[in-house]
Design a protein around this ligand. Structure first.
Ligand code: ADP
Ligand code: MG
Length: 764
C-alpha cells in the first residue's frame, strides 16, 4: 500500500508542474488520514454509517481538513457498500477540489460521476442545496439513479429532473438536497418562474451550489447560447377585425408610408377607422396600448411585408425569406406579433409564434450560483476563460493508472478525397485484426458520408448522430466490442464509458491484446479540446488504446482560417488553423459577454423589483401613495386584502410588459448597432449608452402605467379583470434554445449551427 501511495504522490507532483492549475499538495496530505479510517468504518453497520454521516452536518468546522477527511472516508465506504466500487485516491482528490469550488480536470473514464456525487453529498451536508448539472436528460436521470444508493447510505436526499417532468415533479425534485438536472432545464425553470404571479408558484429555490459535469462544454462552449421563454399573447378575434380594417384602407388617406418604404403610420382618418372597427372611442387611451400596438402591427403586415418577397406561404405557414437582407433584416425576429398579423392577413391559423418574454444565457444562469464547481476531461485548455468569465480555478487530478494510449502522428493529406480514402483504408486494416474502431466526425452529414464509404468498402458500421441520447449511450457502451466499427459525431454518447470487450467486459483480454480501442478522428476540430475529448475515449483507466487524427488542406478548418495553405508545411498549417479558430471563438465569447453584461444587470434589477412586489405589499404601498383617493375609495369597498392583491397584479403586469418591450428594443438596437459597426463607430459604447438610458426611462414608466391602470380598472371584491382592459398575460409559454448571435462572424454562426440545436416545445 505504501509504495502504491507514493506512486500516486509522484504522479500528483508531476501534474503540479502544469501551469495555471491549483496546487494539490494540501489535498494530497489528507489521503493517508482518509485511508486510516477505512477499517473502523468497514466495521460499522449501514445504520451506524448513516448516523455517523449525519453527525457531520451538525459540526461547526465544515471547512476544516478534519471534516473533509471524515466526509471522504464515509463517502468511500458508502460507495464501496452501495456500488462495489472503492473510490480511488485520485477520485477523493477530485471530491476535495470540488468542495473547494474548483473545476476539476480528470480524464475520461476516471469516474467523475462518483467523484461529483461525493462532492454533492459534502456540499449538501454543509447545508447547501446542490444542482448537479448535466448536458442532457439521459445523463441527469442515469447519474441520479446510479448514485442514489450512495446518497442513501450517507443520508442525503437526491432527485432528478428531465424535459418531461411536470411542474409539480420539478418543485418536488428541487426540494431534494441534491438535484440532478440538465442545465437547460434549470434555465427554463428559472425563466418560467419569472412569470408567476403568486410566490407559492415559484419552482426553483434560491441558487446555492452548482456542480457542472462536462464543465468546459457547458461553461464555455454553450455559455453564450440563450435560453428563451416565449409566450403567446392573447390576440383573439381583435386581430382578424384589425386585419379586415387595414385591408380596406388606402395609402395617403388612411396611412402614410415614408420615402424609403421602411415605416408606415396611420393618419387620423386611419385611426378613426380602427376605432370604428373595434367599437372603441380612443385608441390612444393609456390602457389601450396593446390594441394600438396590434393595429400598428396589422398595418405593417398589410403594407410593408410583401408575400413572395419578404415571406412565402408554405404548407399553410408563413416563412420569412431569410436570404433578403436590408429591410427584412429588421424583421428577422418577427417582432410584436408580426408573424401572427401576417398569418391573419393570409387567412391562416395563427401559429404559436408569440413574443420573447425573457431570455437568459447559460453563463448568466450559472453566475446566479454563489458556488460553482465542475468536472471535465479538458479544463486546462479553457483555464484562462474559466478565470475570466467565472473566476474559477482549475485543479488537475492525475489518472488513477497512467495513460498508455498511443497517439499517432497526424496524417495530413492534400485533398479531402485523399483523406477519406486513407481513412477508409486505415479502418479496414485495423478492423481486419478484430480491433474495435471508433470513428469521430464533426457532423451528422460527415458521419453519413463516412458510413457510405465504409459500406462501399464492405465494412459494416454503426452510426450515431446525436439524435437520441439514451439509445446512443446504449450503443456506444459497446463500441469496445471485438470487431466493432462505430461512427459517432462529437456529442453523441458523451458521458458514456467505453469498456474493452463490450459493456460486460467479457472479451476484455482478447481486445486488450489487439491494442484496445482505436480512435480515428476524421479532422481536427475547431478546438483542440474536442480532439482531446475524442482521443480520451480510448486508453481509459490505463487500458491499452490508440488514436490517429486525419486532416486535409481542404478541411473547412483550414480553408476558413488560413490564407494560402502550403502543402510542404501541412502539419503546421492545420495546427495554425486550429489556433486561429480557437482565438476567434474566445474573442467572440468576450464580445458577447461584454454586450450581455448590461442586459444581465438590468435583468437582475427587474427581477429584484419583481420579487419584492411578489413577496411584499410594495405594490399596494406605491399605489396608495401615487393614487391616494382612489386607493382609499377601493380600500373601503373591497377591503385591504383584495386591494393588495390587485395592486400586485397590476404592477407585475406592467413590469413584465416593460421587460418584454425592453428586450425587443435591445434586440433592434443590437442589429442597428451591428450595422453601424461597419461605419467604424464604437458599437459597444453606443449600445451601452442607449441601453442604459432607455432602461431607466422604461423602469420609471412602470409606475406611471400602473397608476393609470389602477385608476381605470374596475375593481370588485373578486379583484380586477385586467384582461377586460386589454392587459392580458400570455396564454401559453414555450421554451427553446437558439444559436443565433447577431454579432457573430460567419465562423461563429457556423459554430453555433453545430452547437445550437433548436429545441422547442409547448407548455400550456
Ligand atoms: P467519467 O465521467 O470520468 O468519464 P464515469 O463516471 O462514467 O467516468 O465512470 C467510468 C466507469 O468507471 C464507470 O463504469 C464506473 O462504474 C467506473 N468506476 C468509477 N469509479 C470507480 C472505482 N473507484 N472503482 C471501480 N470502478 C469505478
Ligand atoms: Mg462523465
Amino acid at each position: 500500500m505504501g509504495s502504491w501511495r507514493r506512486g500516486v504522490a509522484d504522479r500528483v507532483r508531476r501534474f503540479l508542474q502544469k501551469p495555471g492549475s491549483i496546487d494539490l499538495a494540501a489535498s494530497e496530505a489528507l489521503l493517508p488520514r482518509i485511508g486510516d479510517r477505512e477499517d473502523a468504518l468497514r466495521a460499522l453497520t449501514d445504520t451506524e454509517l448513516t448516523a455517523r454521516a449525519g453527525a457531520l452536518r451538525s459540526r461547526d468546522d465544515p471547512a476544516s481538513d478534519d471534516w473533509l477527511v471524515e466526509l471522504c472516508a464515509l463517502g468511500r465506504e458508502a460507495a464501496w457498500r452501495a456500488l462495489g466500487e472503492r473510490p480511488y485516491d485520485v477520485q477523493l482528490l477530485g471530491t476535495v477540489q470540488l468542495l473547494a469550488g474548483r473545476v476539476v480536470e480528470m480524464a475520461t473514464g476516471e469516474g467523475k460521476t462518483l467523484t461529483g456525487a461525493l462532492a454533492a453529498a459534502g456540499h449538501a451536508m454543509r447545508g447547501h442545496q446542490v444542482h448537479v448539472m448535466s448536458v442532457n436528460d439521459y445523463l441527469a436521470g442515469r447519474d441520479a439513479a446510479w448514485m442514489r444508493p450512495v446518497f442513501e447510505l450517507l443520508g442525503v436526499g437526491v432527485a432528478a429532473i428531465g424535459q418531461t417532468s411536470t411542474g409539480d415533479e420539478r418543485r418536488e425534485a428541487y426540494r431534494a438536497e441534491v438535484t440532478y438536472v440538465p442545465v437547460t432545464e434549470v434555465g427554463f425553470d428559472v425563466l418560467r418562474d419569472r412569470l408567476v404571479v403568486s410566490a407559492d408558484d415559484v419552482v426553483v429555490p434560491p441558487p446555492a451550489v452548482a456542480i457542472v459535469d462536462e464543465a468546459d462544454a457547458v461553461l464555455i462552449d454553450e455559455a453564450r447560447v440563450p435560453l428563451v421563454l416565449a409566450g403567446a399573447t392573447a390576440r383573439g378575434e381583435g386581430n382578424v377585425v384589425l386585419a379586415a380594417a387595414v385591408r380596406a384602407m388606402r395609402s395617403g388617406e388612411h396611412y402614410e408610408v415614408d420615402d424609403e418604404g421602411r415605416n408606415v403610420a396611420f393618419t387620423p382618418a386611419g385611426i378613426a377607422e380602427v376605432e370604428g372597427a373595434l367599437g372603441i372611442d380612443d385608441l390612444f387611451a393609456a390602457d389601450r396600448f396593446p390594441l394600438l400596438a396590434a393595429a400598428n402591427t396589422a398595418l405593417h403586415a398589410h403594407v410593408l411585408v410583401r408575400r413572395d418577397v419578404d415571406y412565402v406561404v408554405r404548407d399553410g405557414k408563413v416563412q420569412l425569406v431569410a436570404e433578403s437582407r436590408g429591410r427584412i433584416a429588421i424583421l428577422q425576429r418577427w417582432p410584436d406579433g408580426l408573424q401572427a398579423a401576417v398569418e391573419t392577413k393570409e387567412g391562416l391559423d395563427t401559429s404559436e409564434s408569440g413574443e420573447v418574454l425573457d431570455t437568459i444565457t447559460v453563463r448568466a444562469l450559472l453566475r446566479r450560483y454563489p458556488t460553482v464547481c465542475g468536472m471535465t476531461g479538458t479544463a486546462v485548455a479553457v483555464g484562462e476563460q474559466l478565470k475570466e468569465f467565472y473566476d474559477l480555478d482549475v485543479a488537475v487530478v492525475p489518472p488513477n493508472v497512467p495513460c498508455v494510449r498511443l497517439d499517432e502522428e497526424d496524417r495530413i493529406h492534400a485533398t479531402l478525397a485523399d483523406k477519406e480514402e486513407a481513412i477508409v483504408a486505415t479502418i479496414a486494416e485495423v478492423h481486419g485484426t478484430g480491433r474495435p474502431v471508433l470513428v469521430g466526425t464533426d457532423s451528422v452529414a460527415e458521419s453519413e458520408r463516412i458510413a457510405r464509404l465504409l459500406d462501399r468498402a464492405g465494412l459494416g458500421c454503426v452510426v450515431l448522430n446525436a439524435k437520441n441520447d439514451a439509445e446512443e449511450a446504449d450503443v456506444i457502451a459497446d463500441a469496445g466490442t471485438y470487431g466493432a466499427i462505430t461512427v459517432s459525431t462529437q456529442m453523441a454518447g458523451r458521458g458514456t464509458d467505453i469498456k474493452l470487450g463490450g459493456r460486460d467486459g467479457a472479451d476484455r483480454d482478447r481486445v486488450a491484446g489487439l491494442g484496445g480501442l482505436y480512435v480515428v478522428a476524421t479532422r481536427r476540430h475547431s478546438s483542440s479540446r474536442l480532439d482531446a475529448q475524442l482521443r480520451g475515449r480510448a486508453g481509459r483507466q490505463g487500458d491499452p488504446g490508440g488514436s490517429v487524427l486525419f486532416a486535409s488542406l481542404e478541411d473547412e478548418l483550414v480553408t476558413r482560417n488560413v490564407q494560402d495553405p502550403d502543402p510542404p508545411v501541412a502539419a503546421h498549417v492545420v495546427a495554425h488553423a486550429q489556433r486561429v479558430a480557437e482565438g476567434v471563438h474566445q474573442e467572440i465569447h468576450r464580445t458577447t459577454f461584454t454586450y450581455n453584461r448590461v442586459l444581465e444587470g438590468q435583468r437582475s434589477a427587474v427581477l429584484e423589483r419583481r420579487d419584492a412586489v411578489l413577496r411584499t405589499d410594495a405594490a399596494a404601498k406605491g399605489l396608495a401613495a401615487s393614487c391616494r383617493d382612489r386607493y382609499a375609495e377601493l380600500a373601503g369597498t373591497v377591503g385591504e386584502a383584495t386591494l393588495t392583491g390587485v395592486c400586485r397584479q397590476i404592477v407585475l403586469y406592467h413590469l413584465d410588459r416593460m421587460w418584454v418591450d425592453h428586450l425587443a428594443y435591445l434586440g433592434d438596437l443590437r442589429e442597428g448597432i451591428h450595422l453601424r459597426a461597419l461605419g467604424k463607430e464604437n458599437p459597444l459604447d453606443a449600445y451601452n449608452g442607449e441601453a442604459i438610458r432607455i432602461f431607466e426611462e422604461a423602469l420609471a414608466q412602470v409606475d406611471d402605467r400602473a397608476a393609470e391602470t389602477f385608476l381605470a380598472a374596475t375593481v370588485t371584491a373578486d379583484g380586477a379583470d385586467l384582461g377586460a382592459i386589454g392587459l392580458k398575460r400570455p396564454t401559453a409559454t414555450w421554451t427553446y434554445l437558439v444559436g443565433d448571435n447577431p454579432f457573430g462572424s460567419e465562423l461563429d454562426r457556423a459554430m453555433d449551427a453545430v452547437v445550437g440545436r433548436l429545441r422547442r416545445r409547448r407548455r400550456a
